[in-house]
Design a protein around this ligand. Sequence first.
Ligand SMILES: C[S@@+](CC[C@H](N)C(=O)[O-])C[C@H]1O[C@@H](n2cnc3c(N)ncnc32)[C@H](O)[C@@H]1O
Length: 246
Amino acid sequence: MNTKKTNYYSNLAALVYNESKPPGTSIDGDIEFYTNELIKRNGLVLEAGVGNGRMAIPLLRKGISIFALDNSSEMLEIYNRNLKKYNMQSDSMHADLKDFKVNIKFETIIMPNGSFCLIDRNDILNVLNNFKNHLEDNGKVYIDLIFPTSFKPGNVHEFDFLIDDDYVKIKNKSISMNWIEQKTYTELEYKKNTTTEIQHFSLWWYGVEEFKNILMNSGFKDIHIIENYNNIKNLNLKTLTFIFGK
Ligand SMILES: C[S@@+](CC[C@H](N)C(=O)[O-])C[C@H]1O[C@@H](n2cnc3c(N)ncnc32)[C@H](O)[C@@H]1O
């Protein structure tokens, strides 16, 4: 059995992510939103937590330059495979957001699809500070925050995917909602043949004023908030995109 640290995307978790959300899969219109925003801006974009390139590959195809960073070597391997498949190029880096160092200042840093909620609350100030250090003076950061509006402790959801001629069976167990620490805990079990992988999955959430204060105390300014990627047809609040500079 393969069990790594909280929120880590190991082999099966990364394969399933790629199978369920291949490059170009828009989540609630996020790819369209980011394409429209980034096409107006020049310069290099850091995608923090690039995953399989679900968002990065369509952005690259629109001529937007992406520098990809992820702490999962398994995800980056899939990203590099997808780059080849779509005949695209981007630099990538295997590193953790809380302490990565690269001698580049980015025009834009994006962290779509709630990836920021995967960061342990104790690490977010280091991550934000690191973003500030790697941002051009006139640069902008985009962070999506998601809210656990449909999380129900006790729910178990089972599904499977046929990947490379073998079924990967997934059991998604919603375990607990911690209102004090503002986090949900889900256990994901992936089984393929004799291999079992467990992903301990915690998502932290933040109040709007709370997150604004965190950003301001971290030295950021000009904070704007977009609801559900401007999609007015989506009546329930699911995603807030915080856009800010330094
Ligand atoms: C939910 S996936 C999103 C992938 C991609 N951005 C997308 O929109 O489809 C989150 C990604 O963030 C990466 N990640 C999570 N915590 C990280 C950290 N502390 N440092 C670097 N990458 C991280 C994970 O490995 C994973 O690939």
